[in-house]
Design a protein around this ligand. Structure first.
Ligand code: HEM
Ligand code: NAG
Ligand code: NAG
Ligand code: NAG
Length: 484
């Protein structure tokens, strides 16, 4: 038997060999023809993922990008997150990728993100379903709503946090910023009031959840990812309870939005303006809570950090807000309105500069859904593509002295270069951040009351790190004094 088999193999060998050579030749030919960007793959499977994710100060591009860019230039290939990847630090290519969402490229986050944020989360959905959810979010944060409803809400939540601060005490500013944006989102998403036990419990649960979103997706009892999955279901059950109460009331009183006032929230909006299933609405609310809370609180913490290190910027900011406040006093007005907000010009420079230097969202995940060519390079269909924003925002050919915190560079008359075209703190194209206007409003209003009421200094050395999510390891401990 075995001899027969051997003989058969022996006879077949030439055929097998030539087939092997042929297929390899075809593959090799194909590869030869492809002009892939330069780069290495690193270790099998993990590739260079760990090097890529290695923590570094948030105001730097990190060793990985430094090394690879000096070796290969602004476009290179690597193996990241278990996939063949093209990394782009090229402003033109980044723009091209963002603008061609849905045509040449598509949003493609690692599976673990979908596991935690939910399969209906806006961050992982593509196509029509993404469009529908995006519309709901955009309408909810429309400019009319921003002016009339959200502005007073933002101010109320700002004061709620600032008024709890005690003179000369030391506390972690990062946590205060998180409280502010969490309370605001919880209120606007499902009418939960700040300070109440239910809201505080949800906030604490959410902190556990966050730790898992950003940790390695290793699911064994006790791991951060495992805890996060548990928190996810705890959070969802809170939202679900709210939803059921709401649906019951809608059943008995007709549409929920008839009861205007305190329940003009996203939950009502989604129930009234969409035919999404319960599961879909749950994921929508959770992903908005995530997208809207984590980013803007870190942006605020970064502003607090940069301003204490730049007294001249803090002083100019205080001047701008004192003038606004003085004018309001003369007119006998209280409470900020949209005209006041529009006068906060230097504040907008501070916000842009904070996002440029701090880079809250450092890169986004995409994949090529067609074979794409760019500047002579081939990007094969199916490859992962990572547009990195940080490298562009810290590029000395686009921003002079890119490591300086210099809000004046954004002044219209300024001679130092600012390239708003390539400035993408909120991403771009069809997936441009749905909450960018709200984020700016939150930061401006918070900074208004912060500089008018307090002076602050670092109580202990701390700085923002990119893990790649941004975090102050010590929580940004500050000491505040009332402005006299
Ligand atoms: C300074 C604060 C913020 C920054 C830097 C930021 C940044 C970003 C970025 C870069 C994206 C694009 C992700 C991608 O293309 O894959 C994004 C998407 C998104 N952001 Fe923000 N964001 C901020 C605040 C907010 C706020 C306050 C909300 C309000 C709820 C929000 C809601 C969203 C949503 C819903 C998306 C998904 C949009 C879509 O896929 O169509 N963001 N954000
Ligand atoms: C709620 O939805 C109904 C129809 O589904 C609509 O007639 C009504 O105007 C909506 N309410 C609001 C406040 O948009
Ligand atoms: C909502 O309704 C439209 C048309 O009425 C339908 O095409 C769509 O699939 C529905 N969406 C969901 C999530 O049920
Ligand atoms: C800040 O950046 C945005 C892009 O996110 C840009 O549209 C805006 O003009 C910039 N603001 C200033 C004052 O340059």
């Amino acid at each position: 038997m075995s001899i027969l088999l051997q003989e058969a193999l022996f006879l077949l060998l030439p055929t097998i060999l030539s087939l092997l050579v042929l297929t390899n030749l075809v593959k090799w030919r194909r590869k030869k023809k492809l002009n892939l960007p330069p780069g290495l793959a690193g270790w099998p499977f993990f590739g260079e993922t760990f090097a890529y994710l290695k923590p570094h100060p948030a105001t730097s591009i990190g060793q990985f990008m430094d090394l690879h860019m000096s070796r290969y230039g602004k476009i290179f290939r690597s193996s990241l997150f278990g996939e063949q990847t093209i990394v782009s630090a090229d402003p033109g290519l980044n723009r091209f990728i963002l603008q061609n969402e849905g045509r040449l490229f598509e949003c493609s986050y690692p599976k673990s993100i979908g596991g935690i944020l939910g399969k209906w989360s806006m961050l992982v959905l593509v196509g029509e379903m993404h469009q529908d959810m995006r519309m709901i979010s955009l309408n909810f944060m429309s400019s009319v709503r921003l002016r009339t409803l959200l502005l007073p809400e933002v101010e109320k939540h700002t004061l709620f946090v600032l008024r709890s601060w005690k003179q000369d005490s030391v506390f972690p500013a990062q946590e205060e910023a998180k409280k502010f944006t969490f309370n605001l989102m919880a209120k606007n998403i499902m009418s939960m009031d700040p300070g109440e036990a239910e809201t505080e419990n949800l906030r604490l649960e959410y902190i556990t959840f966050m730790k898992g979103v950003v940790s390695a997706p290793i699911n064994f009892p006790g791991s951060p990812y495992w805890k996060a999955l548990k928190s996810r279901s705890a959070i969802l059950s809170v939202i679900e309870k709210k939803m059921e109460e709401r649906m019951q009331r809608m059943g008995s009183h007709g549409k929920a939005a008839d009861q205007r006032g305190d329940e003009d929230d996203l939950l009502n909006w989604a129930l009234n303006h969409s035919n999404f299933s319960k599961e879909q609405i749950l994921d929508l609310l959770l992903s908005l809570l995530f997208a809207g809370h984590e980013t803007s609180s870190m942006a605020l913490a970064l502003a607090i950090y940069f301003l204490q290190a730049s007294p001249r910027a803090a002083q100019e900011l205080r001047k701008e807000h004192s003038e606004i406040a003085d004018k309001k006093k003369l007119r006998g007005e209280c409470g900020l309105n949209w005209d006041d907000y529009k006068q906060m010009e230097f504040t907008q420079n501070v916000i842009n500069e904070t996002l440029r230097l701090g880079n809250v969202v450092r890169f986004v995940h995409r994949k090529a859904i067609q074979d794409v060519q760019y500047k002579g390079y081939d990007i094969p269909c199916g490859w992962k593509v990572l547009p990195v924003f940080t490298t562009v925002h810290l590029d000395s050919s686009l921003y002079s002295d890119p490591h300086d915190f210099n809000p004046w560079r954004w002044q219209k008359s300024s001679s130092s270069s600012t390239s708003t075209n390539y400035f993408t703190p909120y991403g771009g194209g069809p997936r441009l951040c749905a909450g960018s206007e709200l984020a700016k409003l939150e930061m401006a209003v918070f900074l208004h009351h912060l500089v008018l009421n307090y002076q602050w200094e670092l109580a202990e050395d701390d700085q923002a790190w990119a893990y790649p999510f941004i975090d102050f390891p010590k929580g940004l401990p500050i000491r505040v004094r009332a402005v006299t």
